[in-house]
Write a protein that binds this ligand. Structure first.
Ligand SMILES: Cc1cc2nc3c(=O)[nH]c(=O)nc-3n(C[C@H](O)[C@H](O)[C@H](O)COP(=O)(O)OP(=O)(O)OC[C@H]3O[C@@H](n4cnc5c(N)ncnc54)[C@H](O)[C@@H]3O)c2cc1C
Length: 416
């Protein structure tokens, strides 16, 4: 018989969110997970899962039962013909990469880091870059989700596509996901090329680079110091400009037949897909990221750049700019809308709040939708306009969990 464990303090990876949970458990099987959820529900407690704690928003906080699924990890089954892989929900993205490589398979796309739990990443809408590539959750095609009474709800894109589109980006509100089935591809190698352009040169090439490369994205750096704050390499040797400020650190990646190599002089390298995607960060920033329609990307970026160069000259973190294909998930920032994600960061030790609210004011004019795992200023009244299926999602959430076992204060205010 499962019993509720001793709780304690939890803080997220970057340190801007913390709370004390009354109980904390690390289940070793789905059966134990079901018992724990049922037990907490019967005692009137809320339940939430912590993935790897890489969200900047209070999406993990709960004062009832906090669960870690770190012992529920690994590949459960593989369908080589259909190119579908089922993994346990606590599996880290980097572990999935290693296991897929051994199976001759690859994820379609990934973000800048690979240390998140797969479901933690999917459920907030985590994305990489690529005009024709959806976010991670758009590859999710089946789920097993533990309900408040400890039962398991299982569905896939054949049995219930609407539920798949509710669950893909659901910020843990439909229950504890124990397994997810992912649509994958035959293994591929990626070739990456980095270089630096000044801002206007980058803008002139924007459309062409987005259309002609599987992946294109860049960091706009207002000052020479900016790139250090994200540990970006010094690209002066492959720069098309003498400027090391107001410049863009450019990146393209494409599928290649070339064998793995690394050329430090040309900033080109190739390797198995999942070995190329991640970059290395240190935890010294608090990030805010909004999706705008792809056609509005350049105009929105120009406004953010002008804001930094004129008013917030101490806010020198790189601005990251990425492309994401539209998808069908009800709460996806990319719902039916190919998008550009614009991310800005506040540095600890400076007062960045006014900067972030100014960025919010600008991006709202472009109907921006927030990344659920990154700082944002959206309120309940903003959401039905931005997310055409907001009410459908809320109706499903309310039907599955009328008592709000899987809500916390932050999410109740937005979706309760
Ligand atoms: C350094 C850094 C780099 C980043 N890079 C990117 C990037 O390139 N692209 C991007 O889009 N985002 C990026 N992010 C944001 C990050 O991917 C998201 O915040 C993501 O949600 C974090 O995953 P996690 O496993 O840490 O989840 P957590 O932050 O721990 O949890 C996220 C949400 O998932 C819920 N959850 C977790 N597991 C389950 C489960 N099994 N069942 C139900 N609910 C669950 C949690 O309760 C919470 O609501 C980055 C963040 C950092 C700090």
């Amino acid at each position: 018989m499962a019993s509720l464990g001793k709780g304690g303090n939890w803080r997220n990876w970057v340190g801007n969110q913390s709370f004390v949970a009354r109980h904390r458990n690390v289940p070793e099987s789905e059966a134990e997970l079901c018992e724990l959820v049922a037990l907490a529900t019967s005692q009137g407690m809320g339940v939430r899962v912590a993935g790897s704690g890489h969200s900047f928003t209070p999406v993990v906080a709960i004062n009832g039962l906090q669960l870690s699924l770190e012992k529920l990890n690994g590949v459960v089954s593989v369908n080589q013909e259909a190119k579908r892989v089922t993994v346990k929900a606590g599996t880290r993205i980097n572990q999935i990469g290693r296991e897929l490589k051994a199976l001759g398979l690859s994820l379609r796309n990934q973000g800048d880091i690979d240390s998140q739990a797969i479901v933690g990443a999917m459920t907030t809408g985590t994305h990489g870059t690529g005009l024709t590539l959806g976010n991670l959750a758009s590859s999710a095609v089946g789920f097993r989700i533990v309900q408040p009474d400890g039962s398991v709800l299982a569905f896939n894109d054949t049995t219930d596509l609407d539920m798949v589109n509710a669950a893909r980006v659901s910020i843990g509100m439909l229950g504890v996901i124990s397994e997810v089935t992912i649509s994958v591809m035959e293994a591929y190698n990626l070739k990456e090329k980095l270089w630096r352009d000044d801002f206007e040169t980058a803008m002139a090439k924007h459309d062409e680079l987005a259309a002609e490369n599987r992946h294109f994205g860049f960091f706009w750096c207002p000052t020479p110091e900016s790139r250090h704050l994200y540990c970006l390499p010094d690209l002066s040797a492959v720069s098309t400009t003498d400027k090391d400020y107001d410049c863009c650190e450019m990146k393209v990646m494409n599928i290649t037949d070339e064998a793995p190599f690394e050329n430090e002089a040309t900033f080109e390298r190739a390797a198995y897909s999942s070995e190329i995607y991640p970059i290395t960060y240190v935890p010294n920033f608090h990030e805010f990221e909004y999706a705008v329609p792809v056609e509005a990307g350049v105009a929105a970026l120009r406004e953010i750049r002008a804001l930094i160069l004129s008013k917030h000259t101490n806010c020198i973190y790189p601005v990251e700019y990425r492309f994401i294909a539209g998808d069908d998930a009800m709460l996806s920032p990319f719902y039916k809308r190919p998008s550009v994600m614009i991310s800005v960061s506040g540095g600890p030790g400076i007062d960045y709040w006014e900067f972030l609210t100014d960025c919010d004011t600008i991006l709202r004019r472009y109907d921006a939708r927030p990344h659920w795992g990154k700082l944002h200023f959206n309120e309940r009244e903003d959401l039905p306009r931005l997310y055409p299926r907001y009410h459908d999602f809320c109706a499903i959430r309310d039907r599955l969990d009328p008592r709000g076992v899987f809500l916390n204060d932050h999410l109740r205010a937005l979706f309760g």
